[in-house]
Design a protein around this ligand. Structure first.
Ligand code: ATP
Ligand code: MG
Length: 668
């Protein structure tokens, strides 16, 4: 089989079409877990294999460092060496600017690392923290929306934004902030994009160099592009683009930050000659998870047809009510342990939350329970002492980064974490290896970069998004950070009004975005979702009474589980039913009558399931769920036909397990 043929192996017809389509520009739209990122990376590799693009002139773009790492990883798995430039809008702009400054012998401005302090000073008077943060987020929004100061008031009103400081004060700070940065010769994170745009738009000759170099542009998660990023993208691709974007409007979750999913929804308005294709199936999640994710979407999206999946049934999402946030965290820790075990790495599970502060509470509980975990955003790679040490080596080095790599490799050692190392040292070693990998990537895509440039780039971009080492650990992160990623088992914590939706969300647009956030959280799971909420939560000195998220009504309309009347195990599996409460109730009832019968056959069946699951290295419910086992136990099927009549047993399972099951039943 040729290399190109191998790349279209195992694709469904819609994916095949998206990978091989010659349309340009091309937008690929599809729901969570339908293989968008897979199609994007295969399309790149396929075009390289068929010679229609030059990898050296290809750029793949996404929004967070984690997503960029994932893209890079997937490209590498497809045999792409490190020659495809992959990064976030910010990291790519940063690299572009540095190269230009180096070419022109201009000393690069420093990155502003005390933005909060500067804004606080400019605000003067006794500005409190929330005013300062509000001002910062409004300034960022103005930049992201690419609007002039004059247009701010109108646009902010239109978007329903309410800052805590008067517009005139805000604009005065905005102007003085720009002047102050110029005076101190520093730039902030967003200036990277504006400056990169200015360079290209103001210099046609330079523009053509950039457009030659990055001839083929691919963008993942395009629903989250903001006007400033879109303008940079337009600057990159020019009037004769070779562009492919993928995205899912139902996962647009950065509107608060200025993103605009209409660039994707109305792709052909921006690119009139473009083609838009859809993908047809979900590959990630069980039908139960897909239904749950779908049910919480805003109208009218949740009324659209359910995405199809070719995955077998799994358990219904479970909703657990807890008395307090602390108990919630402990229960999650226990549940993580219950789902762990041989063949189930810690890293196959994640705890997802709405805010960073919640993540800290969960992480503390996991620490207490001695569950290895990774908290994104808390201790970013660049803050680790072992990394700072290596920074020194890089900064002091001479010549291009590529020539420093052997020294870096030698300093790190190539052995990788081994059994002799303590867990902490193994962690440090993994961090060092992550750094080495980043340096190799950087050297490959930025040939003129020095070790010094690389550390600057890393520091600048790490601010946006922490980097993770790759050890085996449960991930703890926000819904926002989890976008594009997947785990077998996902625990959602704090699914309460105030978090989901977040207290400050007001207006239909903001509330719809909160629904999409929950949708993103739910659809990260392949096999199982466990939803948690607490009836009381402590904020500093203050304890607040909480109510479960209203969005859970779509999953459990009767509120079967409440903190006031917890069922014996304070947990119930609730079937998601988009058709209405009636069907839901009857399903609940039959589930209750079917559940856990006290029969010897049922007992034997669960024993058999446990052994079978262990042999196959899959979770037990993948073999059969409790309901199916209960149905078998009550019906005693004695032939293959009767077995096929049992709800939950299809031809595949009948073929795989039928003989064994019938033997067990008939021998009683
Ligand atoms: P998201 O919207 O969450 O970013 P996505 O649409 O990018 O999701 P992918 O991450 O590309 O989806 O794919 C989801 C999962 O399904 C991955 O584990 C992927 O390997 C798997 N998958 C996709 N297409 C296929 C296929 N044709 N055959 C088998 N597995 C597939
Ligand atoms: Mg994706």
């Amino acid at each position: 089989m040729s290399e190109a043929d191998a790349l279209i192996e195992g694709l469904d017809p819609t994916q095949y079409n998206a990978v091989t389509s010659t349309d340009n520009p091309l937008a690929i739209l599809a729901g969570a877990g339908s293989g968008k990122t897979r199609v994007l990376t295969r399309r790149i590799a396929h075009r390289v294999a068929t010679g229609t693009i030059d990898p050296q002139r290809t750029m793949s773009v996404t929004f967070t460092r984690k997503a960029a790492a994932e893209l890079r990883e997937r490209l590498r798995a497809l045999g792409m060496r490190d020659n495809i430039t992959t990064g976030t809008f910010h990291s790519l702009a940063y690299a572009q600017l540095h190269e230009r400054w180096a070419d022109r012998g201009v000393r690069p401005p420093d990155m502003l690392d005390r933005k909060f302090a500067m804004i606080a000073r400019l605000l003067g008077r006794r500005a409190d923290t929330s005013e300062i943060l509000d001002t910062m987020s409004e300034l960022e929004w103005i930049t992201a929306r690419n609007i002039s100061f004059d247009a701010y008031e109108f646009e902010a009103n239109r978007a329903g934004r309410k800052a805590s400081i008067p517009v005139t004060d805000l604009l005065s700070v905005a102007k003085r902030y720009a002047e102050e940065k110029r005076r101190q010769r520093v730039i902030d994170f967003d200036d990277l994009l504006s400056l990169a745009i200015r360079d290209i738009e103001s210099d046609p000759e330079y523009a053509s160099v950039i457009r030659w170099r990055h001839r083929h542009v691919f963008v993942d998660e395009f629903q989250d592009v903001n006007p400033l990023q879109f303008r940079l993208l337009k600057a990159w691709i020019g009037d004769d683009p070779d562009l492919c974007v993928v995205g899912d409007p139902n996962q647009a979750i950065y509107g608060w930050n200025g993103a605009d999913s209409w660039y994707l929804r109305r792709f052909t308005r921006h690119f009139p000659t473009a083609a838009v294709v859809q993908l047809g199936w979900n590959y990630r999640s069980t039908p139960q998870i897909i239904a749950a994710g779908h049910a919480v979407l805003p109208k009218p999206d949740r009324e659209a047809e359910l995405p199809e999946t070719n995955r077998a049934d799994g358990p219904e999402p479970a909703i657990s009510a807890h008395d307090t946030d602390e108990i919630e965290a402990q229960a999650i820790a226990r549940s993580i342990r219950d789902h762990a075990g041989p063949g189930h790495a810690w890293s196959s599970q994640a705890v997802l939350v709405r805010t960073n502060a919640q993540a800290a509470v969960i992480a503390t509980a996991l620490e207490r329970s001695k569950i290895p975990h990774r908290l994104r955003g808390k201790s970013s790679l660049v803050d680790q002492p072992e990394i700072k040490q290596l920074f020194k080596l890089l900064r002091d080095s001479k010549g291009p980064l590529a020539s420093v790599l052997p020294d870096l490799r030698a300093a790190i050692g190539v052995s990788g974490p081994d059994d002799e190392m303590s867990a902490a040292e193994a962690d440090r070693q993994r961090n060092r290896e992550v750094l080495l990998q980043l340096a190799i990537d950087h050297a490959a895509s930025h040939t003129t970069a020095t070790g010094f440039d690389f550390t600057g780039w890393l520091l600048a971009t790490a601010r946006n998004d922490a980097l993770d080492s790759s050890g085996d650990a449960v991930d703890v992160m926000t819904f926002h950070a989890a976008k594009g990623l997947e785990w077998s088992v996902v625990h959602l914590a704090g699914i309460e009004s105030g978090y989901v939706p977040i207290a400050q969300a007001n207006g239909p647009a903001a509330l719809s975005e909160e629904r999409r956030l929950l949708h993103v959280g739910l659809t990260r799971a392949r096999d199982e979702v466990l939803i948690n909420w607490a009836a009381k939560r402590t904020f500093g000195q203050r304890a607040a009474k909480r109510h479960r998220s209203p969005y859970l009504d779509h999953l459990d309309p009767q509120g079967t589980v409440s903190a006031a009347t917890p069922p014996p195990d304070s947990r119930s599996r609730v079937p998601v039913d988009t058709d209405g409460a009636k069907k839901h109730l009857s399903k609940m009832r039959s589930e209750l009558t079917d559940a856990e019968p006290d029969s010897p056959l049922y007992h034997d069946l669960t024993e058999w399931r446990r052994t079978t699951a262990r042999e196959q290295g899959v979770p037990a419910y993948i073999v059969f769920n409790n309901r199916t086992l209960a149905a078998i136990a009550s019906r005693h099927p004695s032939s293959l036909d009767e077995l096929l009549d049992v709800p939950g047993i299809g031809p595949t399972k009948a073929e795989r397990y039928g003989a064994e099951l019938l033997e067990m039943i008939n021998s009683r």
